[in-house]
Every structure is written in C-alpha cells, then in structure tokens.
Design a protein around this ligand. Structure first.
Ligand code: F6P
Length: 547
C-alpha cells in the first residue's frame, strides 16, 4: 500500500476478514435449507420494537454471521455513536453542528434549550391549527381557509407529503392539504386549478429560504393571489412560512408573526417533526401530529437502549452493509404493501441517498469502499406486475424490505387479506425459488409433452436464495408510522457510522444548483459562456430557438 492509498473499511475493522470468510461459506448455503434445518429460525431471527415487528430470517445470516456483524458494530463504536447523536454531539462535522431531530420528538417536559424551542414552536403550531380549524383565521373575503398549499422541496416536501398521504384515514377534512415542489409551473398550476384564492393558505417551507424552486413557486403563488382579487394588504392572511432564516422570509414579504422557526440543528430530510410538519398538523390535527412524534420517540428510546443484537435500526444497518460491502449489492428495494404508503420509497430515497451518497469519509479521505445504495421501490402489489420479474430472475443482488400491515381501515377485508398474502408470498418466492426439476414436473403435470417441458423448464427456473426483511405493522397509525420513519432515520445514521461518513451534509447537490443559476442567466441574456461544452451550448441554442 502506498502512502496515498486511501484506507478501506477492511483496514479499520479487525472482524472484516471474518466476514469475508463468512461470505465464502454462504456460497454453499441456501436460505431454504436454513429454514428446513431449523424450524425455529423465524422466531430466532426476528424482533419487536416500538410496535414494529421485524422478521430478518430470510437473510444470509446465522449466529456466526450475526456475531461478526455485532463485532463490527462494537469496533465502530456504534452504541456510543447513537448516544452521541441523541446527546447533541457535533455529528455533522463539516457543518460543525449536531443533528438533533430526536429533540423534535421529546416527550414530557422540555429538558434542554433545544427542547424548549421545540415546545414553544409546538405551542405556536397548536394555536395556528386551532385558528385555521375553527375558522377564526380568515381569508381576504372573510371566509375560512379550506385549502392549504405547502410550497417546499426535498425535506421541506417529501416528509409531510408522505405522512399526510400515509395517514389518509386520519385526515380530519377541516382543510385539504396540497403539495407543490417541482419548479415546473405545471405542478403549481395543477393545484391552483383546484382551489379558491379566498380560502387558500400557502405555507412556504424552506429551511434556507433561498431554494430556487420554492422561491419561484412562492412568488408565482403570490402573483396568482393578487391577480385573483386578494388586496396587497391582505396577503399576510394567505401566507405563512417555516424557515431557519426568518430574515429572508420577512424580506420575501411574510409577516414575522406568521413565520414558524426551525434551526440549524435540524437537517432538511430529518425535519418533518419540526414546523415543517405543519401540513401534517393541519390535515390530521395536532393530536395525531403529536402521536407521530411519540411513536418516533419510542423508536429513539429503543435505538438508544437496546443492545446491538436486539437493536432494530442497528441490525438493519448491519444487514444492509453485509449485502453492499460483501455481496456486491448496489441497490435496495423498499416495497410497502400499502396503497397509502406509495410516497414512502421516495421519502426514503432522500433520507438514505442524500445522507449516504458520499465520496469521502468524515475525515475527508476518499471513500475507498462503496457508498450508500441506490434506494428504490413502489407500493405492492403493483410492482409484482412490473419490476418484480427482475427481482426473481434478474442477475442483480437486490435486498428487499417488505413493509406490511396486519389490519386495514377500509371496508374490503378480503382485499386486505389478499394484499397481505401477496406480500408474504413475494418474500417466500424470492427465498425458495423454483428448481429446474420442479419447473419440469410442474409442466408435465399440466399435460405438456416431455420435449416441450425440457424446452420451457429453464425459462421457469427461479434461482431463489434472495434476501429480504419483512417489517410488520399491526395498524398504520400515527404512532406506528412515526416509529417506522425513525427506524429508517436511525438505520441510515448507523450505516453512516459503520461506513465512516457524515450523514448530515449534502455538498453534492451544490454544483448543479450553481450551474443551474448560471445557465438560467445565460438563457435570459442570450450569452452562454463560450467555454461551456458543446453539448450545453447546443441544448441552450435549441431552447432559445423555440422560446
Ligand atoms: O438541495 C438539497 C436540499 O438542500 C435538501 O437537503 C433540502 O431538504 C432541500 O434542498 C430543500 O431545502 P430548503 O428547505 O432550504 O428549501
């Protein structure tokens, strides 16, 4: 190794070589055999926490593997790192600040300066929600607010959007929440077509209050209100903001009394528990918002106190690292078998990929190992008729997280049972697969000739031995969803600790933002930088020709 060769995780962790050996032994093992040999496997490789049940038995794990993974966690000082996060240590070392999203869901009396700020903001939110729900807060024609439009993007959109949708049965219907994120005017247009300016309130949600998309949409919404009869003097009745930059929100023209604070120590993708959750509180009520916080707090307690071998987020992180660093997995699928959770994979994409998509370690040294995985997915059972084909027979190693609920809140219990069966059967099929012999016998039993069976059987072979977790929620309540989101937040943090990277910055998105501004200026001025590449020049020429 030369002086400049970046260190690999193998150089940091003594147990790495043990895990490499374990990986070799798993070459000869099948998951199906593991189940056949040990009827207690599911009971042994499962655990419950904060109302969630995790079955991780359909993974390439046995006691030896789990011991080695637990040793990795010990060597990485994972328990200490979880405590450091919760105690407000400076875990975001590039921006020199803590990541105290767990303080946003404190319970009981505030016990720190941060928790006091949170308590004050929660009280402000509660008053505001009550004003809107009671009709005391009126629009420019004196009537109540019935539509709320959240204008924000990334963490200022995905969390509240996902939660409001996931908890549809808990919506109180006192106001209808809409979300506009994309700078594409079609997004704003689609929402504005559905609402009446006199009874619509806009929430401008932006931690920085400088995000291009959000400011452009907020300006356009303001113009729409003025064009549709709202007097300038009444604009304050239709705009509130959530931001850590109160000064910028005031400069934009939002009344200071209408600005809900957030703080540097809340990362955008971890912010739905702050006033960024205002659309949640407005749509579901403050009690449900607090129940969501309580569920997350229960998971925080579990993450802080459970030993590694029984710690759900730590285990999930170790299992993911096992596949990404020892099995060559490049992606992970998250498949919620719940129609209302269809935004969950999208939410997780920001949480996980913005946190773990890094090219350097915390100390600034190049990351010599793989970064975080590509997260993708969609609601079950729709995916079964589309990309599951690749999960079953494609060549990629794609670990899957199935998420399912035991009960539903709709009036079609038979369909809920069928949905549950779909979920369980997918993990079973991925694990057990179908051999050539089974495929051939199946064809013969269907009356196919032996020659035709020989021809078709190879196409019907399913390799199996494909890993998955199944997360089971009794009922998709605010508490359960809070616990589920917090579970993934902690999982991502645990992975960052194991991988030695900072989960709380996102410098990678900056260059695109800078170039976007320069390119927009060039489109306005008609003078692109002559040093720009020919592809960019030609694309700009084509746009100018048409616009
Ligand atoms: O561009 C990335 C990002 O900074 C995210 O991290 C953040 O959630 C999103 O943009 C929105 O930022 P803001 O809340 O400051 O508008």
């Amino acid at each position: 190794m030369t002086a400049n060769t970046p260190l690999k995780l193998a150089d940091y962790y003594q147990c790495w070589s043990q895990l490499q050996q374990q990986r070799q032994t798993w070459e000869q093992r099948s998951l199906l055999t593991q189940f056949q040999q040990d009827p207690q496997r599911a009971r042994k490789l499962s655990l419950e926490a904060a109302g969630l049940y995790l079955d991780y038995s359909k993974n390439h794990l046995n006691n030896d593997t789990l011991d080695s993974l637990a040793q990795l966690a010990t060597e990485a000082k994972l328990p200490e790192a979880i405590r450091a996060l919760l105690n407000g240590a400076e875990v975001n070392n590039t921006e020199k600040r803590p990541a105290l999203h767990t303080a946003l869901r404190f319970q009981g009396q505030p016990a720190s300066e941060e928790e006091q700020l949170v308590a004050d903001t929660l009280a402000h939110m509660a008053r505001f929600v009550e004003d809107i729900h009671s009709g005391r807060w009126t629009g420019f024609e004196g009537g109540p607010i019935v539509d709320v439009v959240n204008i924000g993007i990334g963490g200022s959109d995905l969390g509240p959007r996902m939660v409001v949708d996931a908890l549809t049965p808990f919506q109180q219907h006192k106001v209808h929440a809409h979300f506009v994120a994309n700078i594409d005017g079609a997004a704003l247009n689609d929402v504005l077509r559905q609402v009446d300016p006199a009874s619509t309130l806009f929430i401008v949600a932006s931690k920085s209050f400088s995000t291009l998309e959000t400011i452009a949409n907020a300006r356009a919404a303001r113009g729409w209100l003025l064009d549709n009869g709202c007097p300038e003097a009444d604009i304050h009745k239709h705009f509130v903001a959530v931001s850590s930059r109160v000064d910028r929100a005031v400069n934009f023209g939002i009344a200071e009394a209408n600005i809900f604070p957030m703080w540097d120590w809340v990362g955008g993708r971890y912010s739905l528990w702050s006033a960024i959750g205002l659309p949640i509180a407005l749509s579901l009520g403050m009690d449900n918002f607090n129940a969501l916080r309580a569920g997350a707090h229960a998971m925080d307690q579990h993450a802080a106190n459970a030993p590694i071998e029984a710690n759900m987020p730590a285990l999930m992180a170790l299992i993911t690292l096992w596949y990404s660093h020892f099995w060559g997995a490049e992606t992970q699928a998250v498949l919620p078998y719940s129609h209302h959770m269809h935004y969950f994979p999208e939410f997780l994409q920001q949480l996980d990929m913005e946190s773990l998509g890094k090219s350097v370690c915390r100390d600034g040294q190049p990351l010599a190992d793989t970064s975080g995985l590509v997260i993708w997915g969609a609601e079950g059972s729709n995916g079964q008729h589309s990309f599951h084909q690749l999960l079953h027979q494609g060549s990629h190693c794609v670990p899957v997280d199935f998420i399912t609920t035991l009960t539903s809140r709709h009036n079609f219990p038979e369909q809920h049972r069928q949905l549950f069966a779909c979920c369980v059967s997918q993990s079973q099929a991925l694990m057990q697969g179908k051999t050539l012999q089974q495929a051939r016998e199946e064809l013969l039993s269907q009356g196919v000739t032996p020659a035709e069976a020989d021809r078709l059987a190879p196409h019907k072979v399913i390799p199996g031995n494909r890993p998955s977790n199944t997360l089971v929620i009794d009922r998709l309540t605010p508490e359960a969803l809070g616990a589920l989101i917090a579970l993934y937040e902690h999982k991502v943090y645990c992975l960052s600790v194991l991988m030695r990277i900072n989960a709380f910055d996102q410098w990678g998105v900056e260059l695109g933002k800078e170039l976007g501004t320069q390119i927009d200026e060039a489109l306005v001025s008609g003078n692109p930088n002559p040093e720009w590449d020919s592809s960019t020049q030609e694309l700009l020429r084509r746009f100018r020709r048409e616009s």
